[in-house]
Design a protein around this ligand. Sequence first.
Ligand SMILES: *Cc1c(COP(=O)(O)O)cnc(C)c1O
Length: 390
Amino acid sequence: MDKKLYKYWSEEEFKKAKEFAANKQTPFLLIDPKRAAKKYKSLKANLPLAKIYYAMKANPHDEIIRTLADLGSNFDVASIFEIQNLMDLGISGDRMSFGNPAKKESDIIFAYQHGIRIFVTDSMDDIHKLAKNAPGAKVFFRLLFEGNGAVWPLSKKFGAHPDMLYKLILEAKNLGLEPYGISFHVGSQQKDIGQWDHALSLCKYMFDTMKAEGLELKAINLGGGLPTKYVGPIPSLKKYTDVINRLLSENFGDKMPEIMIEPGRYIAGDCGMIISEIILISKKSETSEHRWVYIDVGNFTGLCETEEVIFPIYADPEIYLPGQTSESEVILAGPTCDSSDIIYQNYKHKLPDELKEGDRLYVMSTGAYTYAYSAVCFNGFPVLKTYILR
Ligand SMILES: *Cc1c(COP(=O)(O)O)cnc(C)c1O
């Protein structure tokens, strides 16, 4: 094993985390909100045009929300429960955008009553509900995107084609809503920067088309999709923001619209690590090539995006010394009795040959879409516990 773990958290950070975790029972997610703050600040610095709306579904932990709220973040919400969560933390509706195109009338009423005036839509049905229950609200129209190049595409569920958006925008206007802007989501963990190019030229097309109808759109919501570092390379944040900044100025020049962005994974991904313990190591036959390593966290307790997302997984680099430990490929499985609870079988992580039951494994970059996905008590295993590192 090399020192790769320290590419994710520095040696100093890791030692501090390990010490904090030493007497706590696994499995759990350890979160360092300072790391999320750092990501927020660098996005702000690299994309100064954009107002940031943290997509809280990535990690809705109070400490993450508070940290970002203190830095001035706004929030993308998808349900009345997320709204309530933010209200409970003293965050008002004028800092929220209701980004879910599928909502009940009662959700809209709740949101509007709590001061939310920005909604995202992609259907006639929803526009009628908005016109009735959120009069005068600013409405974003979501473009359909397939999510090519994304590790977690989100494809096809939300958004509509430009010709449909055109009709929706006119209808919204007729019904007294304020057609405000275009939104999109290029797919989560999007490694192909060209997808923003495509999206922004469609936005430009929509702006021009509506202008010809005498209707001026005012804003673009860039959605999510910025990546976090897992196994393998990703372009730097600056590569993304340079392209986005250039495309915005090429397409819109000195008539720059208001810009919003809704990062989730980018902000929360690398602020957390899951600490887990090995339950059992076995071989299926004398001749089989791979060891099966069963650990106390799995698909139902947070590691749900595997195998699309390849989380970096390490044994303790202070026990299994980098460069001095022989390693081989393993199959990693979770603790439940569901046969789908295999964490990595196609992707083979390499772990020390001397690895034994009771050793801890560190699953890095697990701050986003882990504990929020954790099931309640499947097979009796509790929801993934979370600790905050201070
Ligand atoms: C999930 C979601 C996001 C965040 O996406 P990431 O890829 O995690 O950045 C942003 N906007 C909307 C509307 C979403 O549903």
